[in-house]
Design a binder for this molecule. Structure first.
Ligand SMILES: [Fe+2]
Length: 243
């Protein structure tokens, strides 16, 4: 194991030890498969990850869908090639085991051809945002999202609506900032969420990790998901790289 991987392993193990797994599992279920922690990874770990983020930043793909989203993304393909700590974090077996415990499901890595698997979202220009959406699973199983705040010098907020698909519960609205080291975990089909527009001279960078319960995908869903990624996130080059 190289130094980068073993350092990240230690950071993750320390982060998990600091948590009360039982109460967080309860909180996750009570909130309709959603959990937010102000602080998960240490500031030292975030500092190391940010060095890799700066290294891949020149490769970001800017995207704009009028009325829905504007921002920049770096795909898993670039992360995997150039950001070993981010990749080690995504693949860490202890992290996956802990998330599986919270979710009550055995979580798996996404297939290697999914550009969202471990990706970076950059909000760097005034007005960068994303409208309300679900992280819909195009897989045969469920899809789970982890968000880790890496940099936040912004007035931009993550807005969440819990229990939108559960008629027995009232919808709860939350407004969260994603400060460096913060952690959010949810079932993509359950959480309705958005990011409010970035102000002038502000910046916000978030890491996203995706896990699935079944990595198979039907042919139509594969096609639809590829098109959505090419237009909304990572550009056509990621599409060609994927196929
Ligand atoms: Fe999302």
């Amino acid at each position: 194991m190289n130094t980068v991987t073993s350092n990240m392993k230690e950071e993750i193990s320390d982060a998990i030890i600091r948590q009360d797994e039982q109460s967080l599992t309860h909180e996750y279920q009570e909130q309709g498969e959603f959990l937010a922690l102000d602080s998960f990874l240490s500031q030292e770990a975030i500092h190391d990850l940010m060095q890799e983020v700066e290294h891949v930043r020149p490769q970001l793909n800017r995207n704009f869908i009028p009325g829905h989203k504007k921002g920049g993304s770096v795909s898993y393909f670039i992360v995997r090639d150039s950001a070993p700590s981010l990749t080690a974090l995504y693949r860490d077996p202890a992290l996956i085991a802990w998330l599986s415990q919270l979710a009550g499901e055995r979580l798996l890595l996404c297939p290697e051809d999914d550009p969202h698997a471990c990706a970076l979202y950059f909000y760097t220009e005034a007005g960068d945002h994303i409208g309300y959406h679900y992280d819909t699973s195009y897989y045969k199983g469920a899809r789970y999202t982890v968000l880790i705040g890496l940099l936040d010098r912004s007035t931009s907020r993550l807005e969440c609506r819990l229990h939108t698909k559960d008629p027995s519960k009232e919808t709860t609205e939350l407004t969260l900032d994603t400060k460096p080291g913060s952690f959010i975990f949810f079932n993509g089909d359950k959480l309705h969420h958005a990011v409010t527009p970035l102000g002038e001279n502000e910046e916000r960078i978030v890491l996203t990790l995706q896990y699935v319960t079944n990595p198979e995908m039907g042919r139509f869903n594969r096609w639809f998901s590829n098109m959505k990624d090419a237009v909304g996130y990572f550009g056509l080059s990621a599409l060609f790289r994927r196929s």
